[in-house]
Design a protein around this ligand. Sequence first.
Ligand SMILES: [Zn+2]
Length: 377
Amino acid sequence: MTAPTFDCPACGSAWAADRPRWRCDCGSYLNLTPGDGLTRGQIAGGEASLWRYAAALALRGPPRVSLGEGWTPLVRRDWQGAAVLFKLESQMPTGSFKDRGSAVMINHLIKAGVGPIHEDSSGNAGSSIATYAAVAGIPCRIYVPATAPRAKLVQIAASGAEVRAIPGTRQSITEAALAAAGESFYASHNWHPYFIEGTKTLAFELWEQLGFRTPDNILVPTGYGSNILGLDRGFDELEKAGETHARPRLFAVQAANCAALAAAWVAGADRFVPFAATPTVADGIATMRPVRTAEVLRALRRSRGGVTTVAEEEIAPALAALGRLGLFVEPTAATAGAALTRLLRDGTISPGQTTVVVLTGHGLKAAERIGDLLGIA
Ligand SMILES: [Zn+2]
């Protein structure tokens, strides 16, 4: 593999990727050079984690830290008469899909010789990064919304990280973290290119678990879009290696109350457009300003998928239906079930197609809120 670089889409600069860096000097986010791809012969079949795809990751040498992340179950269930595959990213070590990105990013940062780190998160990324930082012995501080579910705050604090609760919108928490970038390294799951390098293993895993075939449709609860970008990157690399020519349609699912990507999509825009937001129970995807909006929109268009929004009143029934299928997930993840109902009903997805619904976070992270939503005393 050629030495990876961080490439700036705004000014064209390229930076060595073996040093701690989270953005370009011009202020833009950076993208990691595209990888060479993955062939089925390169898979380390005895490794029951995402490290079975280590040959296709832009890291030198084996990982220093791992909690066995990845290789999550893909289970078939009936959803209103359609056979659907649910990808249980909720069964990661910290209970959310974020562990793919965190594990790869933290291993990169160890090799790059990073010192103390900080991050901002609505909860899941914070607990994931705090956990991997703890395993790596890296001091960590997480900025969180004061309104984040208590279970997520407890999970972050239990790893030994410092928790800073910030009042206000999700954007004000990000601004607090940006302001701290002079004090410690900003290990942001929304900014750092290596986080997406980790989420791309979701594409590899789905392809392998389906017998080296790509699904027709993938539905993903989406805030900043790291799973959409990871899937796009992963399927790109499989195509580059000659392993597949079929691209799944990617559907980003957002809560209608806070839908930055949907606003741009409906406007036919190729970048962020201003929009109005109100609170949603899907706290994990309540994003005001996705860093890579343009790239997420491009990935969705290229896949011939789209953005689907769901109303607040659709989320609880989806949560209840998933629960009865043995799939106890947080309200954010249940938006994908609600979107599936919509897309089956309007014919965008047909029951005969291979459809994957990515369940991003475990129900135990938001058990009290789920109890309220489902009227459980
Ligand atoms: Zn730049």
